[in-house]
Design a protein around this ligand. Structure first.
Ligand code: AMP
Ligand code: GLY
Length: 420
């Protein structure tokens, strides 16, 4: 099988690493990829948000299966163009990707499916939005309706912050994404994510994870794309997972099918759990990054079979071979991230790292310069390990982190603390 993965982050490195181990995989191309991916696959430059270009590339390279990593190509209909051209693809249609691309759409689908989630209002007018905030008071959550690269959510602990967020959003701080806002009831509880494969009809859980969104230890400081993650998430017990599947995932997926936009791909189910009851915080229509890294570490080569079964509509036949293991990923980021940071600092000690089914350094933002590896982004490395328990996985990951010589970067020392 010739496989094309779209994307360039740690998530795509982890996908490539898992896929590559499966004997079914003959040729593996990642577009555009990064310096770490280039060590295990061919990298190609390609405009991955352009459906025509992706179809052309797939045809020229006799690609049998395309796996789409990030949300932007999905929201742009790249999966639709591939399906129209008869190429097998893992990833939802543009219509189904609205579950991430529009927060008001998701709230509407949840309401129709009777799925537990925060109460909300949807506004296209700043004054009406402010009146709603004054009426309900703080804490309250203000969200830009569209894709805002993870930055369009303001959890306001006081009314003034919420009102200022409205001014920012309608003032264009998030471009087109902020022309409409959703205002939600503030939910208390513990957050965890569930990852589910959906083949249009059947659903299959592939595990839970928790990430650390804040930059600082003890979950403090500004939000980031994620400073580390671990899987499974102990707060998502089998009982709560079953509840989330029955009350949230299955009814919303049935509603999507009823609307003529059945969902196919991986669904990232962001949950808030309180008193044994899960409620939906958000859906994403892709793997989380860095949550994908821990899920791939645990699934290994069978990830390809599972994604293929999803794309072929054969999930009812799929089985997961679980190892009863745990995985941890520690993000190493460039000094200054998530603010401004320097690119091009050299990372040493990478070629002495163990790379096997228990240990892997996934590259998120790197560039090769001859034999040297240079930082080329905010989140740069995802140091990932597996173990019989969380502590063992964590200790292994930090042993690798500690032997990487990169003065230009930093990391959190406490990944997994909530679960430990
Ligand atoms: P989202 O992009 O919708 O996941 O929001 C980003 C983060 O904001 C979530 O991971 C939560 O930590 C927080 N958040 C979003 N919605 C709510 C809510 N209704 N109540 C409390 N926290 C929320
Ligand atoms: N780590 C959070 C996300 O991928 O959305």
């Amino acid at each position: 099988m010739n496989i094309l993965i779209l994307g360039s982050g740690g998530r795509e490195h982890a996908l490539a690493w898992a896929v590559k181990q499966n004997p079914k995989c003959d040729r593996l191309i990642v577009a555009p990829g990064n310096a770490g991916i280039a060590q295990i696959a061919e990298c190609a430059s390609l405009d991955i948000e352009n459906g025509g270009a992706v179809v052309g590339f797939a045809e020229e390279n006799a690609i049998d299966f395309v796996i789409i990593g990030p949300e932007a190509p999905l929201a742009n209909g790249v999966a639709d163009r591939l399906r129209e051209a008869g190429v097998l693809v893992f990833g939802p249609s543009e219509g189904a990707a609205r579950l991430e691309a529009s927060k008001s759409f998701t709230k509407e689908v949840c309401a129709a499916a009777n799925a537990p989630t925060a109460g909300y209002g949807h506004f296209t007018d700043a004054e009406a939005a402010k009146a709603h905030i004054r009426e309900n008071g703080a804490p309250i959550v203000v969200k830009a309706d569209g894709l805002a690269a993870g930055k369009g959510v303001i959890v306001a602990m006081d009314e003034a912050t919420a009102l200022a967020a409205i001014d920012d959003m309608f003032g264009g701080a998030f471009g087109g994404a902020g022309a409409e806002v959703v205002i939600e009831e503030f939910m208390e509880g513990e957050e965890a994510s569930l990852f589910v494969l959906v083949d249009g009809n059947q659903v299959l859980s592939i595990g839970s994870a928790q990430d650390h969104k804040r930059v600082g230890e003890g979950d403090t400081g500004p939000n980031t794309g994620g400073m580390g993650a671990y899987s499974p998430a102990p707060v998502l017990s089998a009982e709560i997972e079953a509840k989330a599947m029955e009350e949230i995932v299955k009814p919303t997926m049935a509603e999507m099918a009823r609307r003529g936009t059945p969902y196919q791909g991986v669904l990232y189910v962001g949950l808030m759990i309180k008193d044994g009851q899960p409620r939906l915080v958000e859906y994403n229509v892709r793997f989380g990054d860095p949550e994908c890294q821990v899920l791939m570490m645990r699934l290994g080569a069978q990830a390809l079979d599972l994604m293929q079964a999803t794309a072929e509509g054969k999930l009812s036949e799929a089985r997961i071979n679980w190892a009863d293991d745990h995985a941890v990923t520690v993000v190493m980021a460039a000094n200054g991230y998530p603010g401004s940071y320097e690119k091009g600092t050299e990372i040493k000690g990478l070629n002495t790292q163990p790379e096997d089914s228990m240990n892997m350094v996934f590259h998120a933002g790197t560039k090769a310069d001859g034999a040297a590896i240079l930082a080329n982004g905010g989140r740069v490395l995802n140091v990932t390990a597996r173990g019989n328990n969380l502590r063992e996985a964590r200790d292994r990951a930090y042993a690798m982190v500690d032997s990487i010589d990169w003065p230009g970067g930093f990391f959190r020392r406490d990944i997994g603390w909530r679960a430990l």
